[in-house]
Design a protein around this ligand. Structure first.
Ligand SMILES: [Zn+2]
Length: 419
């Protein structure tokens, strides 16, 4: 720990292998790959090339930059598999309404909730929205999230959904956040189509989704299947259209009422179905039968909404259903960009172990996005996205709360300045 960080020139003349970065002196680097570990790591061209003992790696590699791990715990950069970053303003006043006992749907009926976010996004210029989303990404990066699934869904018109997805893309380029963008045009019926749901469905299926595809603005499509949002019949139309266009499918289902959304998601081969606080046995059986559709566990949400019900995580895991843990970062039901905090709620409310929560915010989240071969682990060949955390060991991940354990964040081997 006494050796200062320094820049060196690795020319290979010494017989050593040149590399870009050598992280040494971490307490441990957890890689998520069996047989691969140590306290040091070599990185070249944005990829991990070796993980092992510091002394051995320093005898092998000549790095251009040495990074002192300061005895911190090294982990893969976190992946947030469910976020809504394309909102323009928070909705803190609603937090008081919740304290007065109003439900999520009652707040929406009052003109608050998602509709107030829609008004704000529609009146926001694209450049301004980009800067706001970039701010959200920086919050996430400061808490160790180096890649995220990022949904639109507060535009609810062709023009405003495209604007939101472009803002997400531009904000990603500005901040270094890796994104897996999702079109959530079917978040809620916009008020102007309140009595014409099929007309809105027609517009998003026939105009918006093809435009999103053509402009390569999203890799997935998502829908909120819920009373007050979309029923399973309309959801099927939307999801089948999206699937035919080549989008991966992600679904919000069984959050407040069980309408058959989980069963539909499994039937259509969705990448993930998220929430499941009121999952019925038939949905559980469908998930356990195929074990292909990931379940997105979002334990910050029932906490934020003062809900009693939690997703039956232990039963799902026991049944072999793949899962990940995410924040659901959004202004109305989970105003937290912190995956370590989501890990805390996963441990407290869902009874996940530290290891299960860790996998949920790294390797499993990567797998749910189809990128587990490059993200979510730190073995040779993986992207060198990693964080150095002030945690004595993995048992402390999600043990404490209200503090950020992430001290340093690296994307593709480069440290981000997040101050
Ligand atoms: Zn959500």
């Amino acid at each position: 720990m006494s050796e200062p960080e320094m820049t060196m020139k690795g020319d290979g003349a010494s017989g050593l292998i040149p590399c870009d970065v050598l992280v040494f002196g971490a307490s441990e680097i957890l890689t998520n790959q069996p047989g691969c570990g140590g306290n040091s790591m070599a990185v070249t061209a944005g990829k991990v090339v070796a993980v092992g003992d510091g002394k051995e790696l320093r005898q092998l590699y000549s790095p251009r930059q040495l990074v002192d791990g300061q005895g911190l715990l090294g982990l893969p950069g976190f992946l947030d598999g469910h976020t809504h970053p394309a909102f323009a303003v928070g909705r803190a006043e609603e937090f008081d309404w919740r304290a007065q006992g109003l439900t999520y749907l009652e707040i929406a009926e009052r003109g608050g909730g998602i509709h107030s976010s829609v008004r704000a996004v529609r009146s926001c210029g694209e450049e301004q929205l980009t800067q706001i989303v970039a701010g959200h990404f920086r919050r996430m990066l400061r808490h160790g999230t180096t890649a995220c699934e990022a949904k639109s869904g507060y535009g609810l018109s062709v023009e405003d959904e495209l604007k939101s997805l472009r803002a997400i893309r531009s904000a990603s380029a500005q901040t270094g956040m890796t994104i897996y963008p999702t079109c959530l045009a079917a978040h809620m019926l916009p008020l102007e189509y309140k009595d014409r749901p099929d007309k809105y469905l027609q517009i998003i299926c026939n105009e918006l989704l093809p435009a999103v595809k053509e402009q390569k603005l999203a890799v997935a499509a998502d829908i909120f299947i819920e009373t007050g949002a979309f029923d399973v019949v309309r959801a099927r139309t939307y999801l089948e259209t999206a699937k035919d266009l080549g989008f991966a499918l992600r679904v919000h289902a069984d959050q407040f009422e069980s309408l058959g959304g989980t069963e539909l998601a499994v039937e259509l081969g969705a990448q993930s179905v998220d929430h499941l606080e009121v999952l019925h046995d038939s949905g559980m059986e469908a998930l356990a039968m195929t074990r292909k559709t990931y379940v997105g566990l979002l334990p910050s949400v029932p906490h934020f909404l003062r809900q009693q019900a939690d997703a039956p995580a232990r039963r799902l895991i026991q049944a072999g259903v793949p899962y990940f843990v995410a924040t659901d970062f959004n202004p109305g039901s989970s105003y937290s960009a912190s995956l370590p905090e989501a890990a805390h709620f996963a441990r407290v409310r869902l009874n996940l172990s530290a290891q299960e929560a860790f996998l949920g915010i790294t390797q499993h989240a990567a797998a749910s996005l189809g990128v587990a071969d490059v993200k979510g682990s730190l073995a040779p060949g993986f992207d060198a996205d990693f964080v150095l955390c002030d945690l004595p060991d993995l048992h402390h991940l999600g043990y404490g709360f209200g503090e950020n354990p992430v001290w340093r964040v690296f994307v593709a081997g480069k440290e981000l300045n997040l101050s």
